[in-house]
Design a protein around this ligand. Structure first.
Ligand SMILES: Nc1nc2c(c(=O)[nH]1)N[C@H]1C(S)=C(S)[C@@H](COP(=O)(O)O)O[C@H]1N2
Ligand SMILES: [Mo]
Length: 372
């Protein structure tokens, strides 16, 4: 290994600075495998979530909990990837100071690629984490940025794995005898991953609720036992006009008062709100079936429905119910939750609740539905 000229041999460029035996390829491979599994899960579930939000037309309306599970996994694997990435970076960071900085053009390119990979990965994981806290301390739109950074990080990762394939192959199997120090390090890494998972996953996994200490949301706290992302006050819908009517546009348009809606057959469905920010919570919703309303206005079979909220603006004021969801018997224009009239924060007087649908699309304060 060439060493730097005498004048530069200080700080991290001194010989013997990095004495730990854990800055070795075997440790990097083991931690890299765990990190790779977390990132692959995170990337695929994230891609799914992005496509569902772009245009959910292709998504079936079952299983009821489908999106709840994929988005729960997305946030769980993303949070788990943070301590794994920290461990991986610690294992390999002495390479940052290798000498000479570039041995060849190819080597320089590979190092540049790793710089892009690490930057994209850190930004991706931390913008995601901040998103779960609903904290947006940046001027760019979250979802698009998170999506493209995801591709950049994943592409960079594939190139990195390809470039390192020989070393990965060489250290894939455990060396005998194993290193006690490495075992201790890996146990500590696994314990950190376990700890962050146990103390945050309760926001989407009901049986981990008891240990949910650090997740931004408790899925059972809020008005009527459910969290709220955008409140009625924020949306400017605290006072619903006394002459509120639901307009249903179709071949035979209708206007319905709350009393008219209450006279229609009421159905009950146990459905989750599965927020893209990572929390999810199930509740008992009661209201009118959307497909009954479609029938009343003479909508053709296979119709889609555009739903508009009373809210004056906001990215979720207008959403579309694709065919599968619009006609699913579980899709409700909900008027009640857990036996009570909807609280203003949950969408009084009426909201959409459909199975297998991201929370962002469960439109609150509905005022108008149009057959498309
Ligand atoms: N009109 C309208 N509906 C909306 C929103 C919104 O901002 N505006 N937020 C959505 C989001 S992000 C979620 S997670 C759910 C949350 O429903 P809840 O507040 O009743 O728990 O409502 C959805 N419905
Ligand atoms: Mo949400």
């Amino acid at each position: 290994m060439p060493t730097p000229p005498d004048a530069l041999r200080r700080g991290p460029l001194r010989e013997g600075t990095f004495s730990s035996a854990l800055h070795d390829p075997r440790t990097a491979v083991v931690v890299g495998r765990w990190l790779g599994a977390a990132l692959l899960t995170c990337f695929l579930t994230g891609l799914f979530s992005h496509l569902v939000q772009e245009g959910p037309g292709w998504l079936p309306s079952r299983p009821v909990d489908g999106y709840r599970i994929t988005q729960g996994l997305h946030v769980i694997s993303g949070i788990a990837a943070i301590p794994l990435l920290a461990a991986k970076l610690w294992t390999v960071y002495p390479k940052l100071f290798e000498w000479p900085p570039a041995r060849s053009v190819l080597h320089a390119l590979e190092r540049l690629g790793i710089a892009v990979l690490v930057a994209a990965m850190l930004l991706e994981l931390f913008t995601g984490l901040f998103n779960t806290l609903q904290w947006y301390p940046w001027p760019f739109p979250f979802r698009q940025t998170h999506f493209w950074l995801g591709w950049l990080a994943t592409g960079g990762l594939l190139l990195h794995v390809a470039a390192k394939a020989p070393a990965i192959g060489e250290h894939w199997r455990r060396a005998r005898p194993g290193l006690a120090q490495r075992r201790a390090f890996l146990t500590a890494v696994a314990a950190s991953v376990g700890a962050v998972t146990l103390t945050t996953a309760g926001q989407s996994v009901p049986w981990l609720r008891a240990t949910d200490l650090f997740a931004p949301r408790r899925p059972d706290l809020g008005p009527q036992g459910l969290p709220v992302n955008r409140t009625a006050a924020q949306a400017g819908t605290t006072t619903v006009p006394a002459d509120w009517r639901l307009t249903v546009d179709g071949p035979r348009p209708l206007t319905l008062s709350l009393a008219d809606l209450a006279r229609l057959p009421q159905y009950e469905a146990e459905l989750p709100i599965a927020c893209v920010e990572g929390w999810s919570a199930s509740a008992r919703w009661t209201g009118v079936r959307v497909r009954d309303l479609l029938e009343l206005v003479g909508a053709p079979a296979g119709a889609r429905v555009r739903v508009t909220s009373l809210e004056a603006d906001g990215p979720y004021r207008v959403t579309d119910l694709p065919t599968a969801h619009a006609h699913d018997p579980l899709t409700l224009l909900a008027l009640r939750v857990n036996g009570e009239v909807l609280a203003p924060d949950h969408g009084y007087p009426a909201r959409i609740m459909a199975p297998n649908r991201p929370g962002v699309l469960q439109t609150k304060w509905v005022t108008r539905m149009e057959v498309l």
